[in-house]
Design a protein around this ligand. Structure first.
Ligand SMILES: [Zn+2]
Length: 259
């Protein structure tokens, strides 16, 4: 039997970026899992290799971290990675308090979290995405990935996990890549919201839509019109809040798309 081989794409990485690991020469009876930052990640199989993508949270403190690779719960490989600090900008924003109380209250935050968790059920195990990705709309970037946001002079910032792209109401939104529609529904905070599972742990989120053109369970192709830009939910004007994630962790969208 061939010896298992391990490969990691980088050992040093900034907050908000991703790396990948692949294990080759695995056998049928192997059950490889990868553990990082208290999250157990699935290793997605293709022939005799499996791969896993690890996104470094924007909030993870800089320093050394371990990635453990297990086979049937037995440790088979360990990597040390060095997480570096990214320089995220700060933004101040004034928002009508009524909008916060009704659209960004505890109920809204809990609902959002539950929907994101639900979207991870029965994940797509095949890699549906290819080598290039599509910006869902063309427009001005009004809020960048990862920034600190100070709302109404509150001293505690929130973080912004997607990018805000402004465009007029009704602008068509295209699918970032091939995938399966996991969520397509109205929510309190995100308004009309779509989540696409592109397979192998890659997900995209589209928030505040005016209309939704797809149903949960649909299979879409890259470029398909999935909905239109709006200002539903916790939003102050027509824009798309677009986010990219590996597993449960937001990652910088500019790793996939050229500016
Ligand atoms: Zn936003």
């Amino acid at each position: 039997m061939l010896q298992r081989k391990f490969n990691i794409s980088k050992n040093e990485i900034k907050q908000g970026y991703y790396l990948y690991i692949n294990v080759s020469n695995i056998s049928k009876s192997d059950n490889i899992s990868i553990n990082f930052n208290e999250e157990e990640l699935i290793c997605y199989k293709e022939f005799n290799t499996c791969s896993s993508y690890i996104s470094i949270p924007i909030t993870l403190k800089q320093g050394e971290y371990k990635i453990n690779i297990k086979n049937n719960d037995e440790l088979v490989k360990e990597y040390n990675i060095n997480v570096l600090e990214e320089n995220f900008e700060k933004q101040t924003l004034t928002i009508d308090q009524n909008q916060i109380d009704t659209k960004r209250n505890d109920e809204a935050l809990i609902e959002f979290r539950q929907i994101v968790l639900a979207s991870r059920n029965n994940p797509v195990l095949d890699k549906m995405w290819g080598d290039n990705f599509l910006m869902p709309i063309i427009g001005k970037i009004t809020t960048e990935f990862g920034i600190y946001r100070y709302t109404n002079n509150n001293i505690n910032p929130t973080r912004h996990y997607g990018i805000d792209i402004s465009a007029s109401k009704g602008t068509n939104i295209q699918a970032f890549s091939n995938g399966k529609i996991k969520i397509a529904r109205l929510t309190i905070m995100a308004g009309n919201m779509i989540i696409i599972d592109h397979g192998v742990g890659l997900y995209t989120h589209y928030l505040h839509l005016d209309t939704i053109n797809v149903n949960e369970g649909d299979i879409v192709k890259q470029g398909d019109i999935i909905g239109t830009v709006g200002s539903t939910g916790f939003s102050t004007g027509a824009h798309l809040d677009f986010a990219v994630l590996f597993n449960q962790t937001y990652t910088n969208p500019w790793q996939f798309i050229n500016r």
